[in-house]
Design a protein around this ligand. Sequence first.
Ligand code: GLU
Length: 478
Amino acid sequence: MGVRVRFCPSPTGYLHVGGVRTALYNWLFARHHGGVAVLRIEDTDTSRETVGAIEQIQRSLDWVGLDFDESPARGGPHGPYLQSERADVYREVAESLVVDGLAYRCYQSPEELTVAREAARQTDDPAAPTRAHRELSAAAVAAFETQGRQPVIRLKTPLEGATEVADLVRGDVSWENRLLGDHVLLRADGGATYQLANVLDDLHHGITHVIRGDDLLPSTPRQVLLAEALGRAYPVTAHLPQILGPDRKRLSKRHGAASVEEFRDAGYLPEAVVNYLALVGWSYDSTTEIMSVDELVERFTLDRVSPSPGVFDHVKLAWMNGVHLRSLEPGDYGRRLTGYLVERGSPLATRDLGAAVPLVQEKIATLGEFEDFAGFLFRPVVYDPAAWRALAEMPAAASLLDAASAALASLAVLDTTSVDGALRGVCEAAGLKPRVALLPLRVAITGSKVSPGLFESVALLGREESITRLHAARVRLS
Ligand code: GLU
C-alpha cells in the first residue's frame, strides 16, 4: 500500500507554528513518497472548540501551500474527515468491544477515581484504580444502574508484558502494560475520547505513518493496544521533537508571533516560513539552509529528523525571509507586494509599484517594511522627527537644499545617472563629503535618514516633485 499520512488538529484554538511544522512534515513525507496526505478535524470535544478554528486552520494551511489530498473541504474516498460526523461509529465499536469482552463499563465517579489514584500513587501498581470495575458482579452493576450512574467504557489493557514500537525518530520505545492502566474509550455522555476516535480514524483512513509531536508519545502504547484489540496493526510512528523558544522553554506567544497568520500579516513569504519550519527539527546536511519547496520534497526523509528539541529563532526566520524576497524575479516581487498591500487594505495597493521594486528588493526583509521604507515615493513626505532635527542642526542645510534644487532644474535629462552627477557636484561645490552633504537632501526627499537610494528615488519621483520637496524643506527650515 502507498504511503498515507494524516494531520489531525483539534479545533481548540488557532494553529500555531508547531502545528504547522507537524502538518508540513506529514505533507513533505507524503509528497516525497508520492503518497496521500489527509487532513482530519478532531472535533469530538465540543466543549473545547473555538469558533472559527476550522476555518483558521484551513486558511493557514492554504497560505503555506500545504494542499492536503483528502480533507473536510475537499472530501475524498475515506470520508467523513470531521470526527463529529462519526460519533455513531465510535459508539458502536466501543459497544462491540464490550460484547467481545475486550472492554467494560466502569461506573466509578471522577471523584472516586481521584481519591483512589491518590492512595495508589506510592504503591507498585499506581494504575490499579483505573481497573477497579473490571470484574464487577451482576449485582454491583445493577446497583450502580439503579443509582442512575452513567458508565464510561474502558479498554482491558493486558496485565502482563510490554508494548513496543520502533519509532522512526525516537528508535525503540517500550512500555510495561501493567503501568498503562485501562483507559477510557467512551465518555459517560456517550462521546468518544481522543484515543478511541483517533485510532478508529487512522485505521479507517488507511494511515500508514503517524507523524506527530512527541508530546503524544505516551498515548502511543494505548493506541497500539486498542488497534490490536480490534485485530489491526497500528501504523508506523514518527514522533517529532518539541519546538522551543530561544530561552529553551516551550515555544509560546511570549516569544513573539506564534501563528503563521501573524507572519503573513507581517509580510513574510510562505516559502520562507516553510523553508524555516522545515529546518526546526530536520536537516538535509550540516550546511544547506535555503531550499525551495520542491527541493524540500525531494530531500525530506524521516531519518534526518532529530529527536532533540528544535529552537525557533525569529531573527533567523527574518533573515531567511530576506533571502527568499531578494531571490524573487522583480515582476513576481511586485505582484507579491501588491497582493500583500491589498490584503492589508493599504492605500498604496492601487499604485503601480513596479518602478519601486529595484529600490527596495535588496533592502527590506519583509513586505511589511515597505510602507515605512518606501511609502514616501507614493505620498507626501512625513518627516521623521530625529531625521528633521539632524537636517535642521546642519549649518549648510539651507544652501545645500537651494543648490540641489538649482542643479536638478538645470539637468537636460533627469535619470539616476544624471541625478548622481548633479548631486555629487553639489557636495563638491560645498566642499563636503557626500556622506555628510546628502543627508539634508535625503531627509527633504524621503523624510528619513534611512531610505532607498537617493538618486534612484529622485529619478523615480521626477524633477517637479523632487524640487517641490527640496523647496518645502527649505521653507520649513527658515
Ligand atoms: N487531535 C490531536 C491533537 O490535536 C491529534 C493528535 C495525533 O496526531 O494523534 O493533538
